[in-house]
Design a protein around this ligand. Structure first.
Ligand code: GDP
Ligand code: IMO
Ligand code: MG
Length: 437
């Protein structure tokens, strides 16, 4: 087995960064396939904390990191990331490739986002304000500027002026024209293009070559399935396909070459930003989880909304992505609880439903059905094997496994690399080639 996808099974921030960093050891290449610097993937290497927003987490393991065509890239942020990594002693040159087909985020994308998020009468999504959505809008409208254009000093000015003109009309309509100096932006971006040019290439071609050479490729999802533009809680979603299908379009990688998909899920649920959240806990319960789990946004610092593990939701995300295995994270966050709720069913209009409603109106009306399991009230942070876990913690995990119908292949009990249990005999360990960490 060689090519594996790791992605979020919930609303993002499941601990993908930690899992990718851990499993990257077994792979040669790590690839991001969608999103942008709305992602915040936290990785601890000993005491050193890294927050990766664009560069795939595998770079920390000295692996080849690829930013695929499906991303939207803020070049200033990418350069900042590269400099941060280099300052920390990470070897970036020769280990990072950026797709020439990825789209470029400009300052006016943020401006457009602010206008639509702030406009009276429009429901705010609670975005990360990074210009992600408006950049994807330009991509789909076929007027976007791609990395191949950014690094082409002859072509960029004309393409830029054409796009900038559209935005100037918008800015005029909103009376904020003087705030954008298009000439200065162009000059700044020509500079970014020069700086990034050595990294930009045809990553689809590169991946095909690496695959032919038998290299093992790991795909790192950003956001989560419930934030997917097609399958998430629309319109409270991000603007890309975070789901497994996004790998094929966002990296130019064939579905027939993907050997397995691992879904990352917390042992409970969180969500940042607005939108339905059926198993959201009432304020006091949520506070306990938030404080124990440090549930504050990696990118924006916003408190994350907290709630209980949601079985129907994981069944839904497993069906979309075809999870071979679940990587459960943050089990230790539940250590102190006397009892733990699990949402095991949805009721809508007085009856139990099997499908995920398509509209947010219906999702908001869902009445979660809860079952209550006993807590273990013992620290799990030191557990390194399944048998080290308290019996009630094992029962809790078995319960999740039975109800979701997906095996649990790993259990994370802390943010550090070694605070992870790989379940022997699981499909996850088969996909990564064994239980040695
Ligand atoms: P990502 O976006 O999916 O990579 O996740 P984030 O990095 O945004 O958020 C996950 C947070 O949980 C980070 O601060 C991680 O360091 C932390 N974390 C990951 N796994 C565990 C775990 O098993 N236990 C605890 N306590 N923290 C964890
Ligand atoms: P990682 O990769 C959690 C959320 C935002 C907002 C919605 C749309 O770290 O899991 P956007 O800026 O993408 O247009 O915002 O999506 N969101 C995330 N929530 N983790 C993320 O990334 C997120 N990226 C976007 O809060 O609700
Ligand atoms: Mg995150």
């Amino acid at each position: 087995m060689s090519n594996v996808v790791i992605l979020g099974a919930q609303w993002g921030d499941e601990g993908k960064g930690k899992m990718v960093d851990l499993l990257a050891e077994r792979f040669d290449v790590v690839v991001r396939y969608q999103g942008g610097h709305n992602a915040g993937h936290t990785v601890f290497v000993g005491e050193q904390k890294y927050i990766l927003t664009l560069v795939p987490s595998g770079i920390l393991r000295g692996k080849l990191a690829i930013i695929g065509n499906g991303l939207v890239i803020n070049p200033e942020e990418l350069i900042r990331q590269i400099e941060m990594l280099e300052a920390a002693g990470v070897d970036v040159a020769g280990h990072l490739a950026v797709s020439n087909r990825a789209h470029v985020i400009f300052p006016f994308h943020r401006m457009v986002e602010k206008m639509s998020e702030g406009r009276k009468g429009r429901t705010a999504i609670g975005t990360t304000s990074r210009g992600i959505g408006p950049c994807y809008e330009d991509k789909v409208a076929r007027r976007g500027i791609r990395m191949a254009d950014l690094v082409d000093e002859n072509a960029l000015p004309e393409l830029f002026r054409s796009l900038a003109e559209d935005k100037a009309i918008l800015a005029r309509a909103f009376g904020i024209e003087e705030k954008l100096n298009f000439d200065a932006i162009l000059e700044e971006y020509i500079g970014y293009g020069r700086r990034l040019k050595p990294l930009v290439c045809d990553t689809t071609h590169l991946l095909a070559k690496l695959r032919r050479e038998g290299k093992r490729i790991l795909f790192e999802g950003a956001q989560g399935t419930m934030l997917d533009i097609d399958h998430g809680t629309y319109p409270f979603v991000t603007s890309s396909n975070a789901t497994a299908g996004g790998v094929c379009t966002g990296a130019g990688f064939p579905p027939t070459a993907i050997d397995g998909v691992i879904g990352v899920s917390k042992a409970y649920s969180t969500r940042v930003g607005a939108g339905p959240f059926p198993s959201e806990a009432p304020e006091q319960e949520a506070d306990r989880i938030r404080n124990a789990g440090g549930e504050f946004g990696t990118v924006t610092g916003r408190p994350r909304r907290c709630g209980w593990f949601d079985v129907p939701l994981i069944r839904y995300t497993a069906a979309i992505n075809g999870f071979d295995s679940l990587a459960i994270t943050k089990l230790d966050v539940l250590d102190h609880l006397e009892e733990i709720k699990v949402c095991t069913g949805y009721r809508l209009g007085g009856r139990v439903i099997e499908e995920m409603p398509a509209t947010c109106r219906e999702m908001e009306d869902i009445e979660p059905v809860y079952e209550v399991l006993p807590g273990w009230q013992t620290s799990t942070a030191g557990a390194r094997a399944w048998s080290d876990l308290p019996e009630k913690a094992r029962s809790y995990l078995r319960f999740l496994e039975n109800r979701t119908g997906v095996e649990i292949g790993s259990v994370s009990v802390g943010a550090e690399r070694n605070q992870t249990i790989l379940v022997e005999g699981s499909r996850l360990t088969e996909l990564i080639g064994g239980t040695r960490l």
